[in-house]
Design a protein around this ligand. Structure first.
Ligand code: HEC
Ligand code: HEC
Length: 205
């Protein structure tokens, strides 16, 4: 049942591969309700576990909004937010948040934890088959806008921890193509490594 659902999600996403750029102004008008949780600037959520959206790339945001709307990525707080929105609406919202300046945080943790994260980020963990993050998320953590790989720098630490854990436990089930990459990567990470990476990514630039 779930597999069939995922296949139809993939088919829907496939149908919208022709990615047209959104209109940030039109997105801004819709984003008033989003600001209640994600902050006026898209980077100061009312709760420290809410993700920053400002400066995230448009392609990634658009895909996530589609997945959330379809229910493939379950976010209880957000399900009601996207009802009735057209594909163009989602593109406009994505374009708006992508146009806002991203926030950068401070790297935290002691020297040992920073060194561990730096080594995983740049070189992966060969014996556990964890791929280097840098190849997809860029050496500066800014992601890959063209490929739609997300920016990680400056993200809420607790949000990053929750996402890496959810990929590892198979709870963030988006699709095979994109989500599958992260489930593979995260399956080899321990809680300590996830915590250290999240602290590190917050200040990476
Ligand atoms: C009631 C609070 C709330 C409102 C209102 C809300 N969101 Fe969210 N949003 C969240 C939470 C919480 C998460 C993260 C949940 C998780 O996965 O842990 C989230 C996640 C997201 C993500 C995924 C971010 C990522 O890095 O993958 C996007 C994109 C997003 N929201 C966009 C929006 C937009 C656009 C609106 C307005 C139409 C909106 N949100 C309104 C609470 C909210
Ligand atoms: C092969 C490419 C690839 C590699 C290597 C990779 N990622 Fe990712 N990452 C992705 C993709 C694609 C997504 C979006 C997946 C989805 O749709 O859920 C993602 C999503 C994420 C997210 C969620 C972002 C958000 O805003 O919700 C985090 C956190 C993350 N990656 C961290 C890492 C870390 C840490 C590493 C290294 C240990 C890593 N990634 C290695 C491709 C990769």
């Amino acid at each position: 049942m779930q597999i069939r659902f995922l296949i139809s999600v993939l088919a829907l996403l496939g149908a919208s591969v022709t990615f047209a750029a959104g209109d940030p102004e039109a997105g801004k008008a819709q984003a008033i309700v989003c600001a209640a949780c994600h902050g006026q600037d898209g980077a100061s959520g009312i709760d420290p576990t809410y993700p920053n959206l400002a400066g995230q790339n448009e392609r990634y945001l658009f895909r996530q909004l589609q997945l959330i709307q379809l229910g493939a990525r379950t976010i209880v707080l957000m399900t009601g937010q996207l009802i009735g929105k057209s594909e163009q609406d989602l593109e406009d919202l994505a374009a708006y948040y992508a146009s806002l300046p991203g926030k950068l945080g401070q790297t935290e943790g002691d020297a040992k934890s920073v060194a561990t994260s730096e080594s995983i980020y740049r070189g992966g963990i060969q014996k556990k088959g964890v791929a280097a993050c840098t190849s997809c998320h860029s050496p500066t953590g800014s992601g890959n806008a063209l490929a739609g790989f997300p920016r990680l720098s400056g993200q809420s630490t607790s949000y990053t921890i929750a996402q890496l854990t959810a990929y590892r436990e198979g709870l963030r089930v988006t699709d095979e193509q994109y989500g599958g990459m992260m489930r593979d990567v995260a399956s080899g990470l321990t809680d300590t490594e996830i915590r250290a990476l999240a602290d590190y990514l917050r200040g990476l630039h």
